[in-house]
Design a protein around this ligand. Structure first.
Ligand code: SAM
Ligand code: SF4
Length: 326
């Protein structure tokens, strides 16, 4: 079991497989993209697999592949297949912007992927394009990925909506989708991560919730799918809807006390807190050859140094969100 100095058990690891992305969302990356890692700096699949294997041996039960955009990574199915076969791993998930997901959804499921989170800033094509900084004709592919994921059995399908003041801050169009589909829509507070600035873009989750409750005009019932484990405290059905709504108070009510996660960056650094640049380089245990014992020791060392809680000013960070993987 991986337990930190504050009694938190670490059983979840987010694994960034690439720093590349086919979009440039305003909340995540600068318009020109981030300086890219060289091919050699990025972990190879065998190395990622070794880190995951070591983590699972120590008690990690849940892995989420992320990016940049994980589906632009060549051979991603191969990695999913290899990780899916690791004994003891109970949950293999992936977070994607959805643009490439539709045609790949069934193959990913067959390879061993359990479920997906899809980051979609808006259901409206021009708003999606303004935030994702991608051509508007890609918007239907991103939104269409929701139903493709459901059809492929990648359930539960969760949709991440990061709210930005002045662009997508009206959440009410999402109500129809929640009334129609068995998905979880999670409204996330914008975190001005890394060198980004945007305090003026921040929308409190409490405001989003108030707008949704007023517009829905019906009673909400507690659904509570992942309460206590993930960043969403409670989820809600809207007048018996098949879908649910959740809120991630990333800034206004941080969840450090419940934090059970580690992050592996695509260049092989372990990050024990999203907001801390203190990282542990795992490459010495991976190159020139893989040393499982040393990997396990480094994982234990990282978890032992996990900070209790980093003050809520992530702006000093060195990496953008897209370089950490969310
Ligand atoms: N490309 C994939 C995607 O867009 O979902 C995976 C990587 S992305 C960094 C993971 C998630 O981070 C996104 O779905 C988005 O919801 C969230 N995210 C990105 N930047 C954020 C920010 N500044 N504040 C809060 N959430 C953010
Ligand atoms: Fe790319 Fe995802 Fe970041 Fe958007 S949120 S720029 S899709 S990594």
């Amino acid at each position: 079991m991986l337990q930190d100095a504050f009694g938190r058990t670490v059983e979840y690891m987010r694994v960034s497989v690439t720093d590349r992305c086919n979009l440039r969302c305003r909340y995540c990356m600068p318009e020109g993209g981030v300086p890219l890692l060289t091919h050699d700096e990025v972990l190879r699949f065998g190395e990622v697999e070794a880190v995951v294997r070591a983590a699972v041996e120590l008690g990690v039960r849940s892995i989420r592949l992320t990016g940049g955009e994980p589906l632009v990574k060549r051979g991603i199915l191969e990695l999913v297949r290899a990780l899916g076969a690791i004994e003891g791993l109970e949950d293999l998930a992936l977070t994607t912007n959805g643009v490439l997901l539709g045609p790949m959804a069934r193959e990913l499921r067959a390879a061993g992927l359990r479920r997906v989170n899809i980051g979609i800033p808006s259901l409206d094509g021009s708003t999606w394009s303004a935030i994702a900084r991608g051509p508007e004709e890609l918007a239907p592919r991103a939104t269409g990925a929701i139903e493709a994921a459901l059809a492929a059995g990648l359930a539960p399908v969760k949709v991440n909506v990061v709210m930005l003041r002045g662009t997508n801050d009206d959440p009410t169009p999402w109500l129809d989708l929640v009334r129609r589909l068995p998905i979880e829509v999670r409204f996330i507070e914008f975190m001005p991560m890394g060198p980004s600035d945007g305090a003026d873009l921040f929308v409190p989750a409490s405001e989003t919730e108030a707008r949704l409750r007023e517009a829905s005009n019906v009673a909400w019932e507690r659904a509570g799918s992942e309460a206590g484990r993930g960043p969403v405290k409670e989820t809600w059905r809207v007048g018996g809807s098949p879908g649910t709504i959740g809120f991630i108070h990333a800034m206004s009510d941080h969840f450090c006390a419940r934090c059970n996660r580690l992050r592996l960056t695509s260049d092989g650094h372990l990050r024990t807190c999203l907001f801390s640049d203190d990282e542990l380089d795992l490459k010495p245990a991976l190159r020139p050859s893989i040393d499982m014992e040393r990997l396990r020791a480094l994982l234990r060392e990282a978890v032992a140094s996990k900070p209790r809680c980093i003050p809520m000013d992530p702006r000093h960070g060195r990496r953008w969100m897209g370089q950490v993987g969310g």
